[in-house]
Design a protein around this ligand. Structure first.
Ligand SMILES: [Mn+2]
Length: 294
């Protein structure tokens, strides 16, 4: 059987666990949108985890509130901090090989459920630090590293994994870019009432593959963040990523519903839209105003 996961930390832990439950011959990686749009070909017999359902699959394991739930399917769906946590809890009694991974499961819930503390964000350690090296990329070019990490996770000791030269090199790269990213973020961000607006339109996208929660640690008074980035292949369009702070959780607005009015969408805590650059000042003013109302 083939397993298809989203290549984030939760997806890799799902792969580790599902390999102990099913006979998995290969792990493939996809982004959610490619499953929904049929760009990624799901075949009969495939297992899907941490991604939207597809009618061809044989088993489905997911925890995303925004994904549609089919009338009947084999697998698990529940709103939960991580898909790996769902799988671990449901199968640990039947498959005792899963039982030693309780700590990894707890940490995956913290990482994937955005339950990090300010200290975890500014000074990540252990599995949280390791997770910073797993950056889902649209071209999915890092599959060899993701495969390698799935095998590393078997070791079940974050310190030992972090001393392996391959993840260690990724961690070193992450840490060396971290200070620079924090400087760029501070330079590019302004508070607008309860909103922190970050304008990355003149920053190269290579410099931005860092922890997206840092903004909340650096701007603790912000309740919502709006981040502007350029789209590689689409000239004249600006991408707006909007999310509630994971540290200052006062906002009760539904980000996805609000962004739907602006051609985008998402769930309660985060969403995105793309707009023409010529309309940017007008739309930003409307959005910032909206997020400052209670
Ligand atoms: Mn997940």
């Amino acid at each position: 059987m083939r397993l298809i996961v989203r290549p984030d930390f939760d997806g890799l832990v799902c792969a580790l666990y599902l390999k102990k439950i099913f006979r998995i011959s290969a792990v493939a990686y996809s982004e959610p949108k490619d499953i929904q749009d049929g760009v990624f070909q799901v075949q009969p017999g495939d297992i899907i985890a941490n991604l939207p359902y597809h009618p061809n699959c044989s088993w489905w394991f997911d925890h995303h509130a925004s994904n549609e739930i089919p009338e009947s399917f084999r697998g698990l769906f529940e709103i939960a901090p991580s898909a790996a946590g769902l799988i671990w809890k449901a199968y640990k009694d039947q498959f005792p090989k899963l039982q030693p991974f309780e700590y990894l499961t707890e940490q995956t819930d913290i990482i994937d459920g955005a339950l990090l503390s300010k200290e975890d964000i500014l000074n990540p350690q252990g599995y949280i630090l390791l997770s910073m090296t797993v950056v889902p990329s649209h071209d999915l070019t890092d599959a060899d590293y993701w495969d390698y990490l799935i095998d590393c996770l078997e070791v079940n000791d974050p310190h030992q994994i972090l001393s392996d030269p391959i993840p260690a090199a990724r961690v070193a790269k992450f840490l060396s870019g971290k200070k620079e990213f924090e400087d760029v973020l501070l330079r590019s961000s302004k508070m607008k009432g309860k909103v922190v607006l970050t304008d990355f339109l003149s920053v190269s996208s290579d410099d931005l593959s860092q922890n997206r929660f840092v903004v909340y640690a650096l701007f603790p008074e912000a309740e919502v963040s709006i981040t502007l980035t350029r789209m590689k292949d689409k000239q004249g369009l600006v991408k707006l990523n909007v999310a509630k702070s994971v540290l200052n959780r006062k906002s009760e607005l539904h980000i996805g519903f609000i962004l739907r009015e602006f051609g985008g969408g998402g769930h309660s805590g985060a969403g995105s839209t793309r707009i023409e650059e010529t309309r940017l000042p007008e739309i930003l003013a409307l959005l910032i105003d909206r997020f400052n109302q209670d």
